[in-house]
Design a protein around this ligand. Structure first.
Ligand code: ZN
Ligand code: ZN
Length: 376
């Protein structure tokens, strides 16, 4: 197949964070792709908690910046060295690993030792940018998760571009690249929950509910969701939770012990709140395994009783992006969805691109579990 690469810089529309706290649609200039890059016409992009904490500078990243890291769309052009995808292919975009560090070489690109530099630096590894402001000389930060997909077009790297089947609903697929593969991957690839197991998740947001669906697919027979929003607990039940605990009304640890007959096999905290992480560890059975994956405040610390932790032979692991290999996990999630076994469309609410601030507010308030922006 011949590939046409636009030779010149052109104008595209992007949502720019110029100042902490809000997005503003504007025109930016986009370079042609480098040899290992892919230009994607973005059809839709999910909005993830990580976009909001960066927009709000909880984690200070230089501004102005184009965020967005759950993009899905159609390949428009590819660099000269790209053979994995071709123009016209449907793709979902994911996180960008370095490919050269020890975890990457060992097959765990989500644990990349250079994850922050690759995904949060706001530039390519050599300091160059694919986007620029058309109305000023401030440096526009881009390459967020190797994509910056709050835009009509994204310049991704071949390494974080995942080809997907043409018959899948493309506008739904963006969140598979971050939030949903984080929840599902942690259950399957980090905790390795198996048939007959008991499993608890704290936080029934997009990641937690994805974990519930994944635990059901894995054959777990006791699946407990803990949250404080009754509507989310109800949704958790509909998606496969066998028990739902309102943490405001009930002593969650005591209830988990009662339901599981002494302690749960696997526990996952998606909230990043130290008190809930400590509760997850406490609720584990002897030799139980827990995982954390949520963004905590930069100075957050967790406390564990050293002797009791040792004697109970428990494990607590940190997990990024569900320990996923995106090229494997995203197509698996799509196949399960198409078979009706992973109905993540139940989490989604769609917004037009120019409603991005409304979508962000609804995500922050909990009104929307997983907003998706329709872009093109
Ligand atoms: Zn790496
Ligand atoms: Zn994310």
């Amino acid at each position: 197949m011949t590939t046409v690469t636009p030779a010149t810089t052109r104008e595209v529309t992007a949502a720019i964070v110029r100042e902490k706290g809000s997005f503003e649609l504007g025109t930016v200039l986009m370079e042609p792709p480098r040899p290992d890059e892919v230009v994607v016409r973005v059809v839709a992009t999910g909005l993830c908690h990580t976009d909001l904490v960066v927009r709000d500078q909880v984690y200070p990243v230089p501004l102005p910046i184009v965020l967005g890291h759950e993009g899905a769309g159609i390949v428009e052009s590819v660099g000269s060295a790209v053979t994995k995808v071709a123009p016209g292919d449907h793709v979902a975009l994911s996180f960008l690993p370095c490919g050269q560090c020890r975890p990457c070489l060992e097959g765990s690109p989500a644990s990349c030792a250079n994850f922050n530099d690759m995904n949060f630096a706001g530039e390519r590894p050599d300091g160059a940018h694919a986007l620029a402001l058309s109305d000023g000389d401030a440096t526009l930060r881009d390459r967020f998760f190797g994509q910056s997909s709050f835009a009509t077009h994204a310049v991704a790297n071949v390494a974080n571009t995942v080809k997907v089947r043409d018959d899948a609903p493309l506008e739904l697929l963006g969140p598979l690249g971050c939030g949903i593969q984080t929840g599902a991957g942690t259950v399957w690839r980090a905790l390795r929950v198996g048939a007959g197991a008991s499993f608890v998740v704290t936080g029934a947001g997009a990641v937690g509910l994805s974990a519930v669906m994944a635990a059901r697919v894995a054959g777990a027979t006791t699946i407990i969701a803990v949250d404080v929003v009754p509507a989310r607990l109800e949704l958790a039940r509909e998606l496969g939770a066998t028990h739902a605990i309102d943490g405001k009304e009930t002593d969650a640890v005591a209830e988990i012990r009662r339901v599981t007959g002494g302690g749960v096999d696997y526990a996952l905290d998606t909230t990043g709140l130290p008190v809930l992480i400590e509760q997850c560890v406490e609720a584990l059975r002897q030799r139980g395994v827990g995982a954390i994956l949520g963004a905590s405040l930069p100075d957050a610390e967790i406390k564990l009783p050293a002797n009791a932790y040792m004697q109970s032979c428990k494990t607590l692991m940190g997990v990024v992006e569900g320990n996923s290999v995106s090229d494997l996990v995203i197509p698996q999630l799509i196949d399960l969805h198409m078979q009706g076994r992973f109905p993540f469309d139940r989490l989604v609410r769609f917004y037009d691109f120019d409603q991005i601030n409304r979508a962000a507010a609804d995500a922050a308030s909990g009104t929307a579990v997983k907003p998706i922006l329709r872009i093109g």
